[in-house]
Design a protein around this ligand. Structure first.
Ligand SMILES: Nc1ncnc2c1ncn2[C@@H]1O[C@H](COP(=O)(O)OP(=O)(O)OP(=O)(O)O)[C@@H](O)[C@H]1O
Ligand SMILES: [Mg+2]
Length: 324
């Protein structure tokens, strides 16, 4: 499915122009991330695709058909929708939640039952354990997985995801990003994914649309975006977001930034620290021992990598590979 925005503008009744003359294309089977600061119009853009919000001007087409000619209810059955706060129905079991759309589409019982089992297995939840449970009997990360597979259950060709993982802890978020990437390799849905998180966009998107004040600032692949930001805003947005995430340095571990063992110079005088140590622990140890580099060891204490002081400082400053 090919989604095209042609000069789309949305002005709300109070005069706020939330989306201002936006044009972009989401190609069949690709994942496009919409990213930008709060209030820049991401959610409005997304909700116009499934007609939750009417456009003020311009057109949105899906496979060449103008959606203004489509029945909204019909359209939504072919567009899966995942939101941040999940929206599972609390009085229905997981099985009932996931099979909602297939039932509306008139699937046979044995078909949707099979689908529920398949999808639960796909996200690593044992159907025998989970399908009879209620949403509140699941952890946040598990509920969010259900939110994702519920959107997939009716086999819609298009999926809209509005900050689906942002309420999760960093580890569950990473896991779900990995699962989504893996899933997308097999199912090739056309996905529009809204996020605040530049690292998330860089990790999962085929293409990134950067927005500001309702306008598109740049459309590029993750690599292009990092290598050649179109303007100062995009540059600072990439930079600031990444710096912000790095400031929580307790979460970054040695292993993720180390170089492979051995270092160029002699290693036997250097301090050793676990691969699980945070950047803060490493900085502390290097300062205490006045060391220029540190050795990273695995669980058994065998050296697996090293980090030099300059490299660590750049990581702490949020500068990645830009300064030699
Ligand atoms: N129903 C509404 N009436 C008037 N203005 C609205 C309405 N909904 C959203 N807006 C405004 O439109 C602009 C874009 O909002 P939108 O929700 O699309 O932003 P967003 O990029 O999704 O932000 P966030 O990252 O905070 O979710 C904002 O200025 C917002 O206040
Ligand atoms: Mg939003």
């Amino acid at each position: 499915m090919l989604i095209t925005f042609n000069n789309v503008t949305k002005t709300y009744d109070d005069g706020t122009t939330a989306v201002d003359n936006v044009s972009f294309t989401v190609k069949e089977g690709k994942l496009v991330a919409l990213i930008g600061p709060s209030g820049c119009g991401k959610t409005t853009t997304m909700k116009m695709i499934n007609k939750l919000i009417p456009l003020s001007s311009g057109t949105i087409t899906i496979n060449g058909n103008d959606i203004s000619n489509e029945n909204a209810v019909e359209l939504r059955r072919n567009i899966g929708y995942v939101i941040q706060r999940i929206g599972l129905l609390p009085h229905m079991t997981i099985e009932e939640n996931v099979s909602l759309v297939p039932k509306l589409k008139g699937w046979k019982k044995k078909d949707y039952e099979k689908k529920v089992d398949e999808l639960l297995e796909m996200v690593g939840l044992d159907p025998n354990v989970y399908k009879k449970r209620y949403p509140l009997e699941l952890s946040g990360g598990q509920q969010q997985r259900i939110g994702v597979i519920r959107a997939l259950a009716g086999e819609p060709p298009i999926i809209l995801m509005d900050e689906p993982f942002s309420a999760l802890d960093p580890i569950s978020r990473e896991q779900l990003q990995d699962e989504l990437k893996l899933m997308q390799k097999n199912i090739h849905k056309t996905i529009v994914f809204v996020t605040h998180d530049m690292d998330e966009a860089l990790k999962i998107a085929d293409e990134i649309v950067v927005m500001k004040d309702g306008k598109v600032e740049q459309i590029a692949s993750p690599t292009e975006l990092v290598q050649s930001p179109a303007n100062e805003f995009v540059r600072s947005f990439i930079g600031e977001e990444r710096v912000k995430q790095i400031t929580n340095i307790q979460e970054v571990q040695a292993e993720s930034i180390m170089n492979t063992y051995p270092p160029d110079g002699p290693a036997d005088q250097l301090p050793v620290i676990s691969y699980r140590a945070s950047l803060q622990d490493i900085a502390r140890m290097m300062l205490l021992q006045n060391a220029e580099a540190i050795i990273i060891a695995d669980e058994e204490g065998n050296p697996i990598g090293y980090i030099e002081k300059n490299h660590l400082l750049k990581e702490l400053a949020g500068i990645h590979g830009e300064v030699q």
